[in-house]
Design a protein around this ligand. Sequence first.
Ligand code: SF4
Ligand code: SF4
Length: 269
Amino acid sequence: MAEPMGFFTDTTVCIGCKACEVACKEWNQLSATNGGQNVLSGQSYDNTRRLDGEHWRHVKFVEQFSEDRKEARWLMMSDVCKHCVQAGCLEVCPTGAIFRTEFDTVVIQSDACIGCRACLPSCPFGVIGINPVTRTAQKCTLCYDRMKVGMTPACAQACPTASIQFGPIATLRKKAKERVDALHAQGKAEAYIYGDEDILGGLNSFYLLVDAPEVYGLPKAPKLPTRGLWTSSIFVAFTAAVVGLLGIFSFRERKAKALPAAKGGGGEA
Ligand code: SF4
Ligand code: SF4
């Protein structure tokens, strides 16, 4: 296996230009929203709104205002599939269409996807969507086609501020730690890394954030849905066993009661 590769996204230098979104759509030939008739959200300068089957990158705008609205802060974060080391989507796919590559990234093979949607709720980050053109589940491939020939993913290449950095995970983790230390030294104690090993074994697309994960729409402690499935499966099996045993006992009891009556009935005849 080649070296694990991924993204380190430093949200403090994102300027919200959405060049990464555009580069992703262009390289992957993703269709325009609603056939090009996208309605503006009206709530924000963000009209992409979310990640889905035809938006594999999404730059979130988090707009924060003080009570008197004299102070404002915009947090910007280019979101994408996290290429989790423990990936819920990969575990539930019934056809094996989702696989882990030699770069430790997670890719959906569109031609093996049957569009059953099992992977959609299994992603704790809500990354996957059904592409309306192909009618299959789709998400970021970390530009697997480009990586295989030694190219940088389109989004990282297009980013003008190096907010999205691509490379070997070990190198990126080191860079991220240095950046957090530098910010702390500048008095920005709120800076931290989201996506270390404590989250699903590590996210191969991890982030430097300056506010709580929930502020960016990220789960604080994401869980593998399959763990819940195992618990519920055991519960269902246990319940079925108890119901089955109760049924057997009740049948035997009824049979035991019926036997003397049957014997008595035979004597009279
Ligand atoms: S972020 Fe979601 S879609 Fe991406 S690898 Fe993790 S579970 Fe799968
Ligand atoms: S790595 Fe490629 S597919 Fe993934 S968001 Fe970037 S441009 Fe899109």
